[in-house]
Design a protein around this ligand. Structure first.
Ligand code: NDP
Length: 445
């Protein structure tokens, strides 16, 4: 049996319940075949695949907090420090009821390769909790964040591990987390968290970074294939941070974005999504998309899921993992879609990815396409170290440069290993090679 198959089998036996983690490992290892099989014995002797698929450290802890009625609750807290070979651990915190060890491990594992692709010196981590911020008061969210930090603070600092936001963690939560860290350590260590508010060490363009970066790399892909976003019809899923700024940038580049969605329903707006209204509904009122439809006569609201059944040229899944299964991949192909670029982490199932690729759809995986967020987080760390703030234009220009480089890198690696146009392989191989080099240099640790 090949070393890759052996490793996948071992992980399946060891953690049969961790389905998202197994899915992520399979995707990465399958595309590393051309690399590993060139020198299988050496990788096996060094237990290299076991080491790269096992987190350096898993931290799990209890998060007790008290609600507005005086009732106590307990949630599970996690921080997975997966691989720190190329720099301090870096990755977001997710607050969502679905959070469990499998989801945390899959996200942290993906983050290792994504961070490597940015070209910046950051290792991969992820964390979060099964706390649901929906329907909670500001005080309850603060109580939770403070309690979460009461444990997390001993495992992080600007050289060790630098968390950021993800689903359910935006500027409000980062503010509460930073405040509690500062209180516990009695130090102003701006570089310990990214995604901070602008008045206390945040970076301009961080809020926009993931969505803008996704659109920059999509434009790069389309240009490489002789076209552009200008005049294209685009479907986006999600209505959070990534989705909102992807919609904004795509429209600035001349595309018409006709959908968005949240966890209960979705909008079809043939006139094009009105970003100012979407921000008002989601960022200010924290309301459902039904409010968007009420305020916009051209919009239709649908319960449940369905964004990817709308005919489009380009699809940008920006909500959550496994939101684009095979049936939607079939609908996209049938409706003449030419490109799918992932804003979310692993939104496309393995079967759907294979289907899209085998039907000639240009496909950019999340670890490359959504790397703009962590890239600007790393730029925020640089600004914190310098104790300076760069202008929006400076950060945006650097972001564009990084996304261009990522595209060039994954495209070149795919070609080099005989997989031209297979950007999943290109991204996994390019991300892996840098981490591998650093791990080999540092010995068996
Ligand atoms: P947000 O919390 O801002 O938004 C998430 C959006 O997805 C919301 O509209 C939410 O609906 C919807 N959503 C969440 N869970 C589900 C679900 N189970 N089913 C259907 N819809 C769901 O998160 P982000 O925009 O920050 O993150 C979106 C994705 O992008 C995630 O996969 C994240 O890991 C990834 N990502 C984010 C980065 C960032 O910088 N923020 C960086 C790189 C990747 P509702 O409004 O109802 O909550």
């Amino acid at each position: 049996m090949s070393y890759i198959d052996e490793t996948i089998e071992k992980i399946q036996k060891l953690h049969p319940e961790q389905k998202e983690f197994i899915q992520a490992v399979k995707e990465v290892l399958e595309s590393l075949r051309p690399v590993i099989e060139r020198n299988e014995d050496e990788y096996r002797r060094e237990a290299f695949l076991e080491r790269i698929t096992t987190p350096e450290r898993i931290i799990m802890f209890r998060v007790p907090w008290v609600d507005d009625k005086g009732n106590a609750h307990v949630n599970n807290g996690y921080r997975i420090q997966f691989n720190g070979a190329i720099g301090p651990f870096k990755g977001g915190l997710r607050l969502h009821p679905s959070v469990n060890l499998s989801i945390m491990k899959f996200l942290a594992f993906e983050q290792v390769f994504k961070n490597s692709l940015t070209g910046l010196p950051i290792g991969g981590a992820k964390g979060g909790s099964d706390f649901d911020p929906k329907g909670k008061s500001d005080r309850e969210v603060m109580a939770f964040c403070q309690s979460f930090m009461n444990e997390l603070y001993r495992h992080i600092n600007h050289d060790r591990d630098v968390p950021a936001g993800d689903i359910g963690v935006g500027a409000r939560e980062i503010g509460y987390l930073f405040g509690q860290y500062r209180r516990l350590t009695a130090q102003y260590e701006a570089g310990v968290l990214t995604g901070k508010g602008l008045s206390f060490g945040g970076s301009l363009c961080r809020r926009e970074a993931t969505g803008y970066g996704l659109v920059y790399i999509t434009e790069e892909l389309l240009k490489d294939h002789g076209t552009s976003l200008e005049g294209k019809r685009v479907v986006v899923s999600g209505a959070g941070n990534v989705a909102t700024y992807a919609i904004q940038k795509a429209q600035q580049l001349g595309a018409k974005v006709v959908t968005c969605s949240d966890s209960t329903g979705w909008i079809y707006d043939p006139e094009g999504i009105e970003v100012a209204l979407l921000k008002e509904v989601k960022e200010v009122k924290r309301a459902r998309l039904t409010e968007y439809a009420k305020a916009r006569p051209s919009a239709e609201y649908h319960e449940g899921k369905g964004v990817f059944t709308v005919p489009c040229d380009v699809a940008l899944p920006c909500a959550t993992q496994n939101e684009l299964p095979l049936e939607y991949a079939e609908a996209l192909v049938k409706n003449g879609c030419m490109a799918v670029c992932e804003g979310a982490n692993m939104p496309t199932t393995l079967e759907a990815t294979a289907y899209l690729q085998s039907h000639g759809i240009l496909f950019l995986p999340g670890k490359a396409a959504n790397a703009g967020g962590v890239s600007v987080s790393a730029l925020e760390m640089s600004q914190n170290s310098e104790r300076l703030s760069w202008t929006f234009e400076e950060v945006d220009a650097k972001l564009q440069g990084i996304m261009k480089n990522i595209y060039a890198n994954i495209s070149a690696r795919a070609k080099e290993f005989g997989k031209e146009g297979d950007y999943v392989s290109g991204a996994n191989i390019a991300g892996f090679l840098k981490v591998e080099n650093a791990m080999k240099a540092q010995g068996i640790i």
